[in-house]
Design a protein. Structure first.
Length: 384
């Protein structure tokens, strides 16, 4: 590890599985926007074209996107791992995110001592479709070995904490559960009905909404299938981008409800749009502690969702009846229909969710815990 130079900026290397604007990326950017004084943030994505969260970075942040950084994905060869390790030299802290960055974590474990690499903190937020139905044994072993020299492993949910401790056999001192947080005060305002591109909320319309990357693990056609059972004034609005757009719209066309399903695309500031929803719905096959649920709660919305990850524990007590059995369309559609039919119940649950979000999921608390963890990893009294 290089010796710190007095007055020089702290150089942080972020190695992401993807930098599209999903939950973990928006959290990472929120922390960058807070940790900008005296810090350089260097950002790499395992998917070079997936950089949608770049636009969320505050102009005050010294953000860099290294050209020619070794690919994070590829065949597992010693020469490739050595290149990855060498590329980490010169930084003060390495932050890695999800399975897509795990080769870099392994490179750090193998070559860290001989190359004098900086401390590494790994963040694990959940699983893609290939592990939604169960963890792969080969990846479990890989994680066990790769994480052996990490300074810390951060997870946002109790479920992931248990996996890290029992399945990946990480020591308790290495594992830190830090709940996701947002600027809850930003979600108190009511958005304009025309704030979204290509869709306007008209008088009398009601919206089921969700905020998600359009990926297979999100199973968004499940939400489309819930729409035909609702009164005609109810529409489905999905905020996000990704490879499953055509699949989602094909399902809407098959059900002859294309005029009631809207995909406006990525929204840079969810606080400016989520308040247009009347019900927030999730349909994922796998989640942990989704940021979008916290955003919906802060906006005073009821949440209908499969009971994956920590969602049932996250929402307020009155909302828990609408967290349904995972992997089954019918209970989720019924939960959405029940909420759609009762405005007073929606308001009551939404108010309880707003209070819960402000008490347990505010960004200030989250940022303080990350700051302390990064400082400890670097052996500094504070970060930044």
């Amino acid at each position: 590890m290089k010796k710190p130079v007095k007055g020089a900026p702290i150089k942080v290397l972020h190695l992401h599985s993807t930098f599209d604007a999903g939950g973990k990326e928006r959290r990472a950017v929120a922390l960058m926007n807070r940790f900008y004084r005296g810090i350089e943030h260097h950002i790499v994505s395992a998917q070079p074209g997936a950089m949608g969260a770049k636009g969320l970075i505050d102009k005050r942040v010294a953000a860099y996107f290294p050209f020619g950084f070794p690919p994070l994905a590829g065949k597992l060869r010693i020469a490739r791992l050595k290149k990855l390790a060498r590329a980490m030299q010169g930084f003060d802290l390495v932050l890695t995110y999800n399975w897509g960055a795990m080769d870099a974590v392994l490179a750090h474990a193998v070559f860290g001592p001989t190359m004098g690499l900086p401390p590494l903190v790994h963040h694990e937020d959940g699983f893609n479709a290939d592990e939604a139905g169960g963890l792969k044994r080969s990846r479990n072993w890989y994680r066990m070995v790769a994480l052996s020299r990490a300074s810390a492993l951060v997870v946002p949910s109790r479920q992931l904490e248990e996996i890290a401790l029992k399945t990946w056999r990480q020591p308790a001192a290495r594992v830190h559960r830090i709940a996701n947080g947002i600027d809850t005060s930003a979600y108190g305002r009511k958005p304009r009905p025309d704030v979204l591109p290509r869709v306007v909320k008209r008088p009398g319309e009601k919206w089921i909404g969700t905020l998600a990357g359009l990926r297979a693990v999100k199973n968004l056609p499940r939400l489309v299938r819930a729409v035909p059972g609702l009164p005609p004034e109810w529409h489905l609005v999905i905020l996000g981008e990704g490879p499953e757009r055509e699949t989602i719209m094909a399902e809407a066309t098959r059900l002859e409800i294309g005029h009631r399903v809207h995909l406006p695309g990525h929204v840079a500031d969810p606080a400016a749009a989520v308040g247009l929803f009347d019900v927030f719905a999730l349909s994922s096959d796998s989640e942990q502690a989704p940021l979008s649920v916290i955003e919906a709660m802060a906006a005073g919305l009821p949440v209908a969702s499969p009971g994956v990850g920590d969602i049932a524990e996250m929402v307020s007590e009155p909302n828990r009846a609408f967290i349904t059995a995972p992997g089954d369309d019918a209970p989720l559609a019924a939960a959405i229909a029940t909420l759609a039919s009762d405005e007073m119940q929606r308001r009551r649950i939404g108010d309880a969710n707003r209070i819960c979000a402000r008490e347990h999921y505010d960004e200030t608390v989250m940022a303080a815990r990350y700051s302390a963890l990064y400082a400890r990893a670097m052996g500094r009294p504070s970060f930044p």
